[in-house]
Design a binder for this molecule. Structure first.
Ligand code: NAI
Length: 331
């Protein structure tokens, strides 16, 4: 039997928290033979509700769940953590300036970075879900210098899965036969969903999406905006933001990172740029990656056309602006 892995979920009393904890406890994130201990963190006003989540986890009698700590103490929450899923954050409220929201999140991520730095297990893997996800991850990286930068990532897998979903719907092929879409850049509406290298497996083998869809106009316009604005469409329909799909994508992200991507398949992850594809080093930017033995690497050598180049640069530019806004909040 494997020894348990300790998984931190921050913002655990929230919507995504409520959807993701049973997934983790059922082995969807780390595998069906991997016992887990859950550390749930939220803030004081949500303490009672957080305790209710803990009660339900007990009531669900999950065989893989070896312990639950529900706390509002960030130190207790971060102790011995192997995997940290950072869902907690300050939401943008009506009438709030961008800088005010940024400032709240910078101070949250700075404090939580310091706690992870001091108390998490060595080689802790971090996934930031809370928005602005890329920049929160960057702040976390800055204030947790002893955590290797390769261990700090943000979620763009939901956008990646949305891109696969749109292609699947359009072609009426099952989504599991569609692969190798790419989300470049920021988890925001400037992200660039790119299907230039994506394929669909049909009875005649692996075929490029561009060939099967044929309608370049759709791929270059509506497909891109649908993926970029899917979050807003869900809010409009549900009056709440995506939660089950976000939780599921966070499990996909972590599972593939830890257990590896299938041969010939890549996924999108927000990772620390090393300058690949001309993206400024020092940004957390979403790239296509493959994973093996718990390590991701950026897929190299993909041909980038002019159309893509412009969109990849535009989303990088937004991240550069966010980074300087975030730094201005530190003063
Ligand atoms: P929610 O508002 O339902 O839950 C957030 C929880 O975080 C609340 O329980 C709140 O009390 C808690 N929280 C606030 N500050 C905290 C702190 N300092 N420490 C610990 N917990 C804290 O929000 P929801 O729907 O669960 O979304 C969570 C975040 O994920 C939001 O920032 C949202 O924008 C983001 N998101 C990101 C996606 C992605 O693809 N990267 C997709 C969907 C949502």
């Amino acid at each position: 039997v494997k020894s348990p892995v300790t998984v931190l979920v921050t913002g655990a009393a929230g919507q995504i928290g409520y959807a993701i904890v049973p997934m983790i406890a059922r082995g969807i994130m780390l595998g069906p033979d991997q016992p887990v201990i859950l550390h749930l963190l939220d803030i004081e006003p949500a303490a009672e509700s957080l305790n209710g989540v803990k009660m339900e986890l007990v009531d669900a009698a999950f065989p893989l769940l070896k312990g639950v700590v529900a706390t509002t103490d960030v130190v207790e929450a971060c102790k011995g953590v192997n995997v940290a899923v950072m869902v907690g954050g300050f939401p943008r409220k009506e009438g709030m300036e961008r800088k005010d929201v940024m400032s709240k999140n910078v101070s949250i991520y700075k404090a939580q970075a310091s706690a992870l730095e001091k108390y998490a297990a060595e080689d802790c893997k971090v996934l930031v879900v809370a928005n602005p996800a890329n920049t929160n991850a960057l702040i976390l990286k800055e204030f947790a210098p002893s955590i290797p930068e390769k261990n700090i990532t943000c979620l763009t897998r939901l956008d990646h899965n949305r891109a696969l979903g749109q292609i699947s719907e359009r072609l009426k092929e099952h989504v599991s036969d569609v692969k190798n879409a790419i989300i470049w850049g920021n988890h925001s509406s400037t992200q660039y969903p790119d299907v230039n290298h994506a394929t669909v497996t049909t009875s005649s083998g692996e075929t490029p999406v561009r060939k099967l869809v044929a309608d370049d106009q759709w791929l270059n316009t509506e497909f891109i905006t649908t993926v970029q604005q899917r979050g807003a469409a869900i809010i409009k329909a549900r009056k709440l933001s995506s939660a089950l799909s976000a939780a599921s994508a966070a499990c996909d992200h972590m599972r593939d990172w830890v257990l590896g991507t299938p041969k010939g398949t890549w996924v999108s992850m927000g990772v620390y740029s090393d300058g690949s594809y001309g993206i400024q080093p020092g940004l957390i930017y979403s790239f296509p990656v493959t994973c093996e033995k718990g390590q991701w690497s950026i897929v190299q050598g993909l041909k980038i056309d002019e159309f893509s180049r412009a969109k990849m640069d535009a989303t990088a530019k937004e991240l550069i602006d966010e980074k300087s806004l975030a730094y201005s909040c530190l003063d």
